[in-house]
Ligand binder design. Structure first.
Ligand SMILES: NC(=O)c1ccc[n+]([C@@H]2O[C@H](COP(=O)([O-])OP(=O)(O)OC[C@H]3O[C@@H](n4cnc5c(N)ncnc54)[C@H](O)[C@@H]3O)[C@@H](O)[C@H]2O)c1
Ligand SMILES: [Zn+2]
Length: 344
Protein backbone atom coordinates (compact mmCIF):
# COMPACT_ATOMS: atom_id res chain seq x y z
CA UNK A 1 0.00 0.00 0.00
CA UNK A 2 1.28 3.46 -0.88
CA UNK A 3 0.06 6.85 0.29
CA UNK A 4 -0.05 10.29 -1.26
CA UNK A 5 -0.99 13.41 0.71
CA UNK A 6 -2.64 16.36 -0.97
CA UNK A 7 -3.92 19.42 0.88
CA UNK A 8 -5.39 17.46 3.81
CA UNK A 9 -6.39 14.55 1.60
CA UNK A 10 -4.94 11.14 2.46
CA UNK A 11 -4.94 8.97 -0.67
CA UNK A 12 -4.35 5.27 0.00
CA UNK A 13 -3.42 3.27 -3.09
CA UNK A 14 -3.55 -0.50 -2.82
CA UNK A 15 -5.41 -0.57 0.51
CA UNK A 16 -8.07 -3.22 1.12
CA UNK A 17 -11.48 -1.63 1.64
CA UNK A 18 -12.04 -4.15 4.45
CA UNK A 19 -9.59 -2.06 6.49
CA UNK A 20 -11.63 1.11 6.14
CA UNK A 21 -12.47 1.27 9.84
CA UNK A 22 -8.80 2.05 10.52
CA UNK A 23 -9.17 5.33 8.67
CA UNK A 24 -12.68 6.55 9.44
CA UNK A 25 -13.01 9.11 12.24
CA UNK A 26 -14.21 7.00 15.19
CA UNK A 27 -16.07 9.86 16.88
CA UNK A 28 -18.28 10.61 13.89
CA UNK A 29 -21.44 9.11 12.43
CA UNK A 30 -20.63 7.86 8.93
CA UNK A 31 -23.21 7.98 6.12
CA UNK A 32 -22.43 6.11 2.90
CA UNK A 33 -23.50 7.51 -0.48
CA UNK A 34 -23.38 4.99 -3.29
CA UNK A 35 -25.18 3.92 -6.45
CA UNK A 36 -27.36 0.85 -6.90
CA UNK A 37 -24.73 -1.10 -8.92
CA UNK A 38 -21.98 -0.52 -6.39
CA UNK A 39 -24.27 -1.29 -3.47
CA UNK A 40 -24.76 -4.82 -4.82
CA UNK A 41 -20.98 -5.35 -4.63
CA UNK A 42 -20.33 -3.54 -1.37
CA UNK A 43 -23.22 -4.94 0.65
CA UNK A 44 -21.17 -5.44 3.83
CA UNK A 45 -19.84 -1.88 3.83
CA UNK A 46 -23.27 -0.43 3.12
CA UNK A 47 -24.87 -2.59 5.81
CA UNK A 48 -22.36 -1.28 8.35
CA UNK A 49 -23.51 2.34 7.93
CA UNK A 50 -26.70 4.24 7.10
CA UNK A 51 -26.66 4.35 3.30
CA UNK A 52 -28.10 6.70 0.68
CA UNK A 53 -28.44 5.12 -2.73
CA UNK A 54 -28.61 7.05 -5.99
CA UNK A 55 -29.28 5.80 -9.51
CA UNK A 56 -26.13 5.04 -11.54
CA UNK A 57 -25.07 6.84 -14.70
CA UNK A 58 -24.20 10.28 -16.03
CA UNK A 59 -27.89 11.32 -16.50
CA UNK A 60 -28.21 11.12 -12.71
CA UNK A 61 -25.31 13.48 -11.97
CA UNK A 62 -27.81 16.27 -11.38
CA UNK A 63 -29.17 18.70 -8.82
CA UNK A 64 -32.02 16.23 -8.32
CA UNK A 65 -29.51 13.72 -6.93
CA UNK A 66 -28.09 16.42 -4.63
CA UNK A 67 -31.58 17.31 -3.49
CA UNK A 68 -32.34 13.65 -2.78
CA UNK A 69 -29.10 13.11 -0.80
CA UNK A 70 -29.55 16.27 1.27
CA UNK A 71 -33.19 15.45 2.01
CA UNK A 72 -32.09 12.01 3.22
CA UNK A 73 -29.41 13.65 5.39
CA UNK A 74 -32.10 15.85 6.94
CA UNK A 75 -34.28 12.77 7.51
CA UNK A 76 -31.32 10.99 9.17
CA UNK A 77 -30.74 14.07 11.35
CA UNK A 78 -27.19 14.47 10.07
CA UNK A 79 -25.26 17.34 11.60
CA UNK A 80 -21.90 19.03 11.18
CA UNK A 81 -20.13 16.05 12.75
CA UNK A 82 -21.46 13.55 10.19
CA UNK A 83 -18.84 12.09 7.84
CA UNK A 84 -19.97 11.34 4.27
CA UNK A 85 -18.32 8.36 2.56
CA UNK A 86 -18.89 8.18 -1.21
CA UNK A 87 -18.46 4.60 -2.39
CA UNK A 88 -18.42 4.27 -6.16
CA UNK A 89 -17.09 5.62 -9.44
CA UNK A 90 -16.56 9.18 -10.57
CA UNK A 91 -20.25 9.98 -10.53
CA UNK A 92 -20.74 8.96 -6.92
CA UNK A 93 -17.54 10.85 -5.97
CA UNK A 94 -18.67 14.02 -7.75
CA UNK A 95 -22.21 13.90 -6.32
CA UNK A 96 -21.34 12.77 -2.78
CA UNK A 97 -18.53 15.33 -2.52
CA UNK A 98 -20.79 18.13 -3.73
CA UNK A 99 -23.67 17.19 -1.41
CA UNK A 100 -21.26 16.92 1.55
CA UNK A 101 -19.68 20.29 0.71
CA UNK A 102 -22.92 22.24 0.72
CA UNK A 103 -24.86 20.47 3.49
CA UNK A 104 -24.74 22.75 6.56
CA UNK A 105 -21.94 24.64 4.73
CA UNK A 106 -19.76 21.60 4.54
CA UNK A 107 -19.41 18.16 6.12
CA UNK A 108 -16.15 16.20 6.10
CA UNK A 109 -16.11 13.51 3.46
CA UNK A 110 -14.06 10.75 1.86
CA UNK A 111 -14.26 8.26 -1.00
CA UNK A 112 -13.83 4.59 -1.71
CA UNK A 113 -13.09 4.90 -5.43
CA UNK A 114 -14.36 1.75 -7.14
CA UNK A 115 -13.64 2.40 -10.84
CA UNK A 116 -10.24 2.81 -12.49
CA UNK A 117 -11.27 6.27 -13.66
CA UNK A 118 -12.26 7.41 -10.19
CA UNK A 119 -9.07 5.99 -8.65
CA UNK A 120 -6.75 7.85 -11.00
CA UNK A 121 -8.75 11.02 -11.45
CA UNK A 122 -12.24 11.76 -10.13
CA UNK A 123 -11.58 10.99 -6.45
CA UNK A 124 -8.41 13.08 -6.35
CA UNK A 125 -8.10 16.84 -6.42
CA UNK A 126 -11.21 18.19 -4.74
CA UNK A 127 -13.45 19.09 -7.68
CA UNK A 128 -17.02 18.06 -6.88
CA UNK A 129 -20.10 18.90 -8.88
CA UNK A 130 -22.99 18.04 -11.14
CA UNK A 131 -24.11 18.63 -14.69
CA UNK A 132 -26.64 21.39 -15.25
CA UNK A 133 -28.88 22.32 -18.19
CA UNK A 134 -27.15 19.63 -20.22
CA UNK A 135 -23.62 20.96 -19.59
CA UNK A 136 -20.92 19.04 -17.80
CA UNK A 137 -19.92 19.97 -14.27
CA UNK A 138 -21.54 23.38 -14.54
CA UNK A 139 -22.31 23.55 -10.81
CA UNK A 140 -19.72 22.58 -8.25
CA UNK A 141 -17.21 23.41 -5.56
CA UNK A 142 -13.58 22.85 -4.68
CA UNK A 143 -13.40 20.81 -1.49
CA UNK A 144 -10.87 18.12 -0.64
CA UNK A 145 -11.92 14.67 0.58
CA UNK A 146 -10.17 13.77 3.82
CA UNK A 147 -9.66 10.20 2.69
CA UNK A 148 -9.50 8.31 -0.60
CA UNK A 149 -9.17 4.53 -0.77
CA UNK A 150 -8.18 2.90 -4.05
CA UNK A 151 -8.58 -0.86 -3.59
CA UNK A 152 -7.36 -2.85 -6.62
CA UNK A 153 -9.85 -5.64 -5.82
CA UNK A 154 -12.75 -3.36 -6.72
CA UNK A 155 -11.61 -3.40 -10.34
CA UNK A 156 -12.24 -7.17 -10.56
CA UNK A 157 -16.00 -6.67 -10.79
CA UNK A 158 -15.81 -3.66 -13.07
CA UNK A 159 -17.22 -4.36 -16.56
CA UNK A 160 -14.42 -4.26 -19.17
CA UNK A 161 -15.83 -1.18 -20.93
CA UNK A 162 -15.87 0.81 -17.66
CA UNK A 163 -12.40 -0.47 -16.80
CA UNK A 164 -10.93 0.51 -20.16
CA UNK A 165 -12.47 4.00 -19.97
CA UNK A 166 -10.19 4.73 -17.00
CA UNK A 167 -7.11 4.36 -19.19
CA UNK A 168 -8.02 7.50 -21.11
CA UNK A 169 -7.41 9.66 -18.01
CA UNK A 170 -4.18 7.75 -17.36
CA UNK A 171 -2.90 8.34 -20.91
CA UNK A 172 -3.97 11.98 -20.46
CA UNK A 173 -1.87 12.29 -17.29
CA UNK A 174 1.13 10.70 -19.01
CA UNK A 175 0.77 13.03 -22.03
CA UNK A 176 0.66 16.05 -19.70
CA UNK A 177 3.61 15.31 -17.50
CA UNK A 178 5.30 11.94 -17.76
CA UNK A 179 6.77 10.52 -20.95
CA UNK A 180 8.16 7.55 -19.01
CA UNK A 181 4.66 6.57 -17.78
CA UNK A 182 3.48 6.80 -21.40
CA UNK A 183 6.30 4.47 -22.46
CA UNK A 184 5.53 2.10 -19.56
CA UNK A 185 1.91 1.82 -20.70
CA UNK A 186 3.09 1.20 -24.27
CA UNK A 187 5.27 -1.64 -23.00
CA UNK A 188 2.61 -3.11 -20.69
CA UNK A 189 -0.71 -2.37 -22.43
CA UNK A 190 -1.78 -6.00 -22.75
CA UNK A 191 -0.93 -6.81 -19.12
CA UNK A 192 -2.81 -3.70 -18.02
CA UNK A 193 -5.88 -4.74 -20.01
CA UNK A 194 -5.77 -8.13 -18.30
CA UNK A 195 -5.88 -6.31 -14.94
CA UNK A 196 -2.43 -7.54 -13.93
CA UNK A 197 -2.20 -6.39 -10.30
CA UNK A 198 1.39 -5.10 -10.32
CA UNK A 199 0.98 -3.27 -13.60
CA UNK A 200 -2.24 -1.59 -12.49
CA UNK A 201 -0.78 -0.69 -9.07
CA UNK A 202 2.16 1.04 -10.75
CA UNK A 203 0.00 2.89 -13.27
CA UNK A 204 -2.58 4.05 -10.68
CA UNK A 205 0.13 5.30 -8.31
CA UNK A 206 1.98 7.20 -11.04
CA UNK A 207 -1.22 8.75 -12.44
CA UNK A 208 -2.39 9.89 -8.99
CA UNK A 209 1.08 11.31 -8.32
CA UNK A 210 0.87 13.41 -11.48
CA UNK A 211 -2.58 14.75 -10.67
CA UNK A 212 -1.78 15.40 -7.00
CA UNK A 213 1.44 17.19 -7.98
CA UNK A 214 -0.40 19.55 -10.31
CA UNK A 215 -3.29 20.19 -7.90
CA UNK A 216 -0.85 20.86 -5.05
CA UNK A 217 0.52 23.79 -7.07
CA UNK A 218 -2.81 25.19 -8.23
CA UNK A 219 -5.82 23.88 -6.31
CA UNK A 220 -8.27 26.47 -7.70
CA UNK A 221 -7.34 26.06 -11.36
CA UNK A 222 -5.89 29.49 -11.99
CA UNK A 223 -3.07 28.22 -14.19
CA UNK A 224 -1.19 24.91 -14.05
CA UNK A 225 -4.29 22.83 -13.17
CA UNK A 226 -5.89 23.78 -16.47
CA UNK A 227 -3.50 21.28 -18.03
CA UNK A 228 -5.56 18.47 -16.50
CA UNK A 229 -8.28 19.47 -18.95
CA UNK A 230 -6.22 18.09 -21.85
CA UNK A 231 -8.72 16.60 -24.30
CA UNK A 232 -11.67 17.68 -22.15
CA UNK A 233 -12.84 20.72 -24.11
CA UNK A 234 -13.56 18.27 -26.92
CA UNK A 235 -14.63 15.43 -24.61
CA UNK A 236 -17.39 17.43 -22.94
CA UNK A 237 -18.72 18.49 -26.34
CA UNK A 238 -18.52 14.87 -27.56
CA UNK A 239 -20.37 13.58 -24.47
CA UNK A 240 -23.15 16.01 -25.26
CA UNK A 241 -23.45 14.73 -28.83
CA UNK A 242 -22.66 11.01 -28.69
CA UNK A 243 -23.44 8.07 -26.44
CA UNK A 244 -19.90 7.66 -25.17
CA UNK A 245 -18.75 7.24 -21.59
CA UNK A 246 -16.66 10.05 -20.12
CA UNK A 247 -13.36 8.16 -20.49
CA UNK A 248 -14.18 7.17 -24.07
CA UNK A 249 -14.94 10.79 -24.94
CA UNK A 250 -11.65 11.83 -23.32
CA UNK A 251 -9.85 9.32 -25.55
CA UNK A 252 -11.32 10.92 -28.68
CA UNK A 253 -10.63 14.36 -27.19
CA UNK A 254 -6.95 13.48 -26.70
CA UNK A 255 -6.74 12.52 -30.38
CA UNK A 256 -8.35 15.80 -31.40
CA UNK A 257 -5.94 17.76 -29.18
CA UNK A 258 -3.00 15.83 -30.69
CA UNK A 259 -4.29 16.56 -34.19
CA UNK A 260 -4.47 20.29 -33.38
CA UNK A 261 -0.98 20.16 -31.88
CA UNK A 262 0.40 18.66 -35.11
CA UNK A 263 -1.24 21.41 -37.15
CA UNK A 264 0.33 24.01 -34.87
CA UNK A 265 3.71 22.24 -35.10
CA UNK A 266 3.79 21.44 -31.39
CA UNK A 267 3.80 17.70 -31.96
CA UNK A 268 5.27 15.51 -34.69
CA UNK A 269 3.23 13.15 -36.86
CA UNK A 270 4.98 10.18 -35.26
CA UNK A 271 4.11 11.37 -31.73
CA UNK A 272 0.47 11.80 -32.77
CA UNK A 273 0.56 8.27 -34.18
CA UNK A 274 1.97 6.95 -30.86
CA UNK A 275 -0.96 8.54 -29.00
CA UNK A 276 -3.57 7.09 -31.36
CA UNK A 277 -1.94 3.67 -31.48
CA UNK A 278 -1.73 3.41 -27.69
CA UNK A 279 -5.38 4.40 -27.23
CA UNK A 280 -6.40 1.87 -29.91
CA UNK A 281 -4.33 -0.87 -28.26
CA UNK A 282 -6.17 -0.05 -25.04
CA UNK A 283 -9.37 -0.63 -27.06
CA UNK A 284 -10.47 2.99 -26.68
CA UNK A 285 -12.20 4.96 -29.45
CA UNK A 286 -10.04 7.50 -31.30
CA UNK A 287 -12.72 9.08 -33.50
CA UNK A 288 -16.43 9.76 -33.32
CA UNK A 289 -19.02 10.51 -35.96
CA UNK A 290 -20.13 13.95 -34.75
CA UNK A 291 -19.91 16.99 -37.09
CA UNK A 292 -17.37 19.60 -36.01
CA UNK A 293 -20.13 22.24 -36.13
CA UNK A 294 -22.04 20.40 -33.39
CA UNK A 295 -18.87 20.10 -31.29
CA UNK A 296 -18.11 23.81 -31.70
CA UNK A 297 -21.67 24.74 -30.71
CA UNK A 298 -21.29 22.71 -27.49
CA UNK A 299 -17.86 24.21 -26.79
CA UNK A 300 -19.42 27.67 -26.73
CA UNK A 301 -20.98 26.67 -23.41
CA UNK A 302 -17.79 25.20 -21.95
CA UNK A 303 -16.79 26.39 -18.48
CA UNK A 304 -13.28 26.96 -19.79
CA UNK A 305 -14.57 29.69 -22.09
CA UNK A 306 -14.07 33.36 -21.24
CA UNK A 307 -15.95 35.70 -23.58
CA UNK A 308 -15.35 34.53 -27.13
CA UNK A 309 -12.05 32.84 -26.23
CA UNK A 310 -11.45 29.34 -24.89
CA UNK A 311 -8.54 27.80 -23.05
CA UNK A 312 -7.29 24.91 -25.13
CA UNK A 313 -4.72 22.50 -23.74
CA UNK A 314 -2.29 21.34 -26.38
CA UNK A 315 0.25 18.54 -26.08
CA UNK A 316 3.83 19.57 -26.79
CA UNK A 317 5.37 16.28 -27.79
CA UNK A 318 4.60 13.54 -25.25
CA UNK A 319 4.99 14.35 -21.54
CA UNK A 320 4.48 18.09 -21.79
CA UNK A 321 1.63 20.40 -22.70
CA UNK A 322 0.70 24.06 -22.76
CA UNK A 323 -2.50 26.05 -22.36
CA UNK A 324 -3.38 28.51 -25.10
CA UNK A 325 -6.19 30.99 -25.21
CA UNK A 326 -7.78 30.70 -28.62
CA UNK A 327 -10.81 32.36 -30.13
CA UNK A 328 -13.70 30.01 -30.77
CA UNK A 329 -13.57 31.12 -34.40
CA UNK A 330 -9.89 30.07 -34.71
CA UNK A 331 -10.60 26.75 -32.99
CA UNK A 332 -13.57 26.03 -35.29
CA UNK A 333 -11.39 26.85 -38.30
CA UNK A 334 -8.54 24.62 -37.12
CA UNK A 335 -10.93 21.75 -36.53
CA UNK A 336 -12.29 22.07 -40.04
CA UNK A 337 -8.95 21.99 -41.91
CA UNK A 338 -6.37 19.27 -42.20
CA UNK A 339 -3.06 21.01 -42.77
CA UNK A 340 -0.30 22.77 -40.89
CA UNK A 341 -1.40 26.23 -39.86
CA UNK A 342 0.81 29.05 -38.69
CA UNK A 343 -1.01 31.40 -36.34
CA UNK A 344 0.66 34.81 -36.18
N1 LIG B 1 -14.13 15.51 -10.17
C1 LIG B 1 -13.15 15.23 -10.99
O1 LIG B 1 -12.03 15.73 -10.86
C2 LIG B 1 -13.41 14.27 -12.12
C3 LIG B 1 -12.33 13.80 -12.88
C4 LIG B 1 -12.58 12.87 -13.89
C5 LIG B 1 -13.88 12.44 -14.12
N2 LIG B 1 -14.89 12.93 -13.38
C6 LIG B 1 -16.27 12.47 -13.61
O2 LIG B 1 -16.34 11.08 -13.34
C7 LIG B 1 -17.48 10.54 -14.04
C8 LIG B 1 -17.11 9.21 -14.66
O3 LIG B 1 -16.72 8.32 -13.65
P1 LIG B 1 -16.70 6.74 -13.89
O4 LIG B 1 -16.12 6.45 -15.21
O5 LIG B 1 -16.09 6.15 -12.68
O6 LIG B 1 -18.25 6.39 -14.06
P2 LIG B 1 -19.39 5.86 -13.05
O7 LIG B 1 -19.27 6.48 -11.73
O8 LIG B 1 -20.65 6.02 -13.80
O9 LIG B 1 -19.07 4.31 -12.93
C9 LIG B 1 -19.19 3.49 -14.07
C10 LIG B 1 -20.21 2.36 -13.88
O10 LIG B 1 -19.60 1.31 -13.14
C11 LIG B 1 -20.39 0.96 -12.00
N3 LIG B 1 -19.42 0.56 -10.98
C12 LIG B 1 -18.66 1.37 -10.20
N4 LIG B 1 -17.79 0.64 -9.49
C13 LIG B 1 -18.00 -0.67 -9.81
C14 LIG B 1 -17.37 -1.88 -9.42
N5 LIG B 1 -16.35 -1.91 -8.58
N6 LIG B 1 -17.84 -3.02 -9.97
C15 LIG B 1 -18.86 -3.00 -10.87
N7 LIG B 1 -19.47 -1.88 -11.29
C16 LIG B 1 -19.05 -0.73 -10.76
C17 LIG B 1 -21.21 2.19 -11.69
O11 LIG B 1 -22.39 1.89 -11.03
C18 LIG B 1 -21.47 2.75 -13.10
O12 LIG B 1 -22.56 2.07 -13.67
C19 LIG B 1 -17.88 11.58 -15.08
O13 LIG B 1 -19.08 12.19 -14.69
C20 LIG B 1 -16.73 12.59 -15.04
O14 LIG B 1 -17.14 13.89 -15.36
C21 LIG B 1 -14.69 13.82 -12.38
ZN1 LIG C 1 -12.11 13.54 -17.14
Amino acid sequence: MREIYLHGSRILIGEDVANIHKYLPSSRVVVVVTDSNVRKRYGALCDAFPTIEIEPGEPNKTLAAISYITSELVRMEADRTTFILGVGGGIVCDVAGFAASIFMRGLPFGFVATTLLSQVDASVGGKNGVNYEGYKNMLGVFAQPQLVICDPQSLETLPQREFVAGFAEIVKAAMIADASLFAYIEQNAEKALQKDRQTIAHIVYEAVKIKAGIVAEDERERGERRKLNLGHTFAHAIEKNAALMHGEAVSVGLCKAAHLAVMLKLMSDSEQKRVETLLQRLTLPTAVDVPNAALCAAMRKDKKKSGTAIHVVLPVGIGRCEVREMSLAALSYLMSVDKTVVIL
